[in-house]
Design a protein around this ligand. Structure first.
Ligand SMILES: Cc1cc2nc3c(=O)[nH]c(=O)nc-3n(C[C@H](O)[C@H](O)[C@H](O)COP(=O)(O)OP(=O)(O)OC[C@H]3O[C@@H](n4cnc5c(N)ncnc54)[C@H](O)[C@@H]3O)c2cc1C
Ligand code: FES
Ligand code: FES
Length: 492
């Protein structure tokens, strides 16, 4: 493997870094090497958004796609072939403020200012996206776009006001053509291999071969888990094989009977496809981390990492997902519910990797009712204390099929075997609900930790089953406007 320098586009030119460290963060490079100190470090774990920058890549049709990400947990070599934009890039003309910045000033949307560069970049990505599409966001869409940015002194009302006001000024769009040209030229570079042991193959065959020949190397996807192994646990990650440039693994394909989510597809694109088929999953999609984390992170990484409080696994198990695992050219299939063997342990063999996740599409003739409920202390960008993904199909008033998958109740995400047995074949009424609630206490002995006590976890799980019954019972199910704040017109 020939090594070569890392190359990316920044401030109007191609930057070249000869021997980049594999795990130096984009934020460290910006602040300490490039002396672009407008981007701030708050938490160094993807939570606060002070470090938000925007990455530019070419989409399938060769157009520039801009996505906000957290610079604190992105490893520097992942910039290869991309464009990096920071708050220093924004202005309307020399020495004048961009409409995003001007509206933050006009709306008094900044006090100490520490969070402001991050808000500016999230708002700029939103501004650029809507300018391209000729649309303006609703206030709720703005709030979703800012779900990864915390402000601890100004409050969000004036920031949202600024987000609306920025569209009223004369438009100042990014000059895209020079960026597109630079990215096309960077795409001619061979795949990146660095002396420090960072590998970014571009096709599945090369990735599979490298994975097999370097079984000790770690697979790197969006680094929204692995970034924290460095910034919080100070781990040396050794050799890394990035899956992010492997074109075949980045796609989400919707066929007649299945959605196939490539392991390197972003969380955002994966959830978007799931929600198109299962609209009741919308809440958990928007509450999964934040927009920058969903752009960087992958569903494959969420599944492979196997946290017992991860949100994708319960939903995917409830939907009956199958994993495609690959080693070399050989693939095997496994139901996701069989994949986890213990806390953060799975059935991947040395040299093997997760290729894709196959999710059955709803059967129009016998559609199941599906709900995913996430319980966490904060609405946006918080990890679940409990995540319930519940699916049930009725035949008349009897339960013909049921899958109850739970995160936060055991060392792995698991189905509730006894609660399901208590329901299958029964009439879906108050007494079968109560039997399932009692059985749930046999299925799980949850732990107490900083997120929730054992008794809270069990009680909330039993209460979520009740909520599910109220929403799906044959007689008088609660309507969406009775159970979802988002269904109320005054909220959107
Ligand atoms: C601020 C913040 C908020 C978060 N909120 C949530 C949340 O609400 N819900 C939630 O579930 N999670 C959340 N997470 C966790 C994280 O975002 C997810 O787990 C994410 O999906 C991980 O994907 P990634 O692509 O970043 O994986 P990485 O961090 O790159 O990798 C994670 C693990 O998966 C392995 N891996 C990745 N891809 C493959 C593959 N194809 N084959 C084999 N192994 C592979 C890696 O080797 C590593 O062990 C949050 C994280 C942060 C920082
Ligand atoms: S520093 Fe807080 S998200 Fe990066
Ligand atoms: S202005 Fe101080 S944290 Fe937002």
């Amino acid at each position: 493997m020939n090594t070569r320098p890392l190359r990316f586009f920044h401030q109007g030119q191609v930057v070249q870094i000869d021997e980049p460290s594999s795990t130096r963060s984009v934020l460290q490079w910006l602040r300490e090497d490039a002396r672009c100190t407008g981007t701030k470090e708050g938490c160094a774990e993807g939570d606060c958004g002070a470090c938000t920058v925007v990455l530019g890549t070419l989409d399938a049709s060769g157009e520039l796609a801009l996505q906000p990400v957290n610079a604190c947990i992105q490893f520097l070599p992942t910039l290869d072939g991309k464009a990096l934009f920071t708050v220093e890039d924004l202005s309307a003309a020399p020495a004048s403020l961009h409409p995003v910045q001007q509206s933050l000033v006009a709306c008094h949307a900044s006090q100490c200012g520490f969070c402001t560069p991050g808000f500016v970049m999230s708002l700029w990505a939103c501004y650029e996206g809507h300018q391209q599409a000729g649309t303006v966001p609703t206030r709720q869409q703005l709030a979703d776009d800012l779900s990864g940015n915390l402000c601890r002194c100004t409050g969000y009302r004036p920031i949202l006001d600024a987000g609306q006001q920025m569209f009223q000024a004369p438009a100042v769009p990014l000059a895209r053509q020079p960026v597109v040209e630079a990215l096309k030229s960077l795409a001619q570079d061979p795949p990146l291999h660095t002396a420090a042991g960072f590998h970014a193959p571009r096709c599945l065959a090369d990735f599979a071969a490298l994975r097999e020949s370097l079984p000790q190397a770690k697979v790197l996807a969006g680094s929204t888990d692995m970034g924290l192994w460095v910034t919080k646990q100070f781990r040396d990650l050794g050799e890394l094989i990035s899956i992010n440039e492997v074109a075949e693994l980045k796609t989400v394909t919707v066929a007649e009977h299945h959605i196939t989510i490539g392991a390197a597809a972003s969380l955002q694109s994966a959830w978007q496809a799931l929600v198109a088929d299962w609209p009741t999953l919308r809440d958990v999609w928007l509450r999964f981390a934040s927009l920058p984390i969903r752009h960087a992170g992958t569903m494959g990484g969420n599944v492979a990492n196997g946290s017992p409080i991860g949100d994708s696994a319960p939903a995917l198990i409830a939907l009956g997902a199958t994993l495609v695992l690959q080693r070399g050219a050989l693939q095997r299939r496994m139901a996701l519910e069989d994949f986890y063997v213990d806390y953060m342990k799975n059935r991947l063999e040395p040299g093997e990797f997760l290729h894709s996740v196959e999710v059955p599409r709803p059967d129009p003739a016998a559609a199941a009712q599906v709900r995913v409920y996430k319980i966490s202390k904060r609405f946006d960008c918080d990890i679940s204390a409990v995540c319930a993904a519940l699916s049930l199909r009725l035949d008349g008033d009897r339960i013909a099929a049921v899958r109850l998958a739970w995160g936060g109740l055991a060392g792995t995400v698991k189905r509730a075997a006894q609660a399901e047995a208590a329901l299958l074949g029964q009439v879906w009424n108050e007494s079968s609900l109560q039997a399932a609630q009692a059985a749930l206490a046999q299925d799980f002995k949850p732990l107490t930790d900083m997120r929730a006590s054992a008794s809270y976890r069990l009680q909330v799980a039993q209460n979520l089953l009740r909520r599910f019954w109220l929403e799906t019972r044959p007689a008088k199910p609660l309507t969406e406007s009775e159970v979802s704040v988002w269904a109320r017109p005054e909220v959107v």
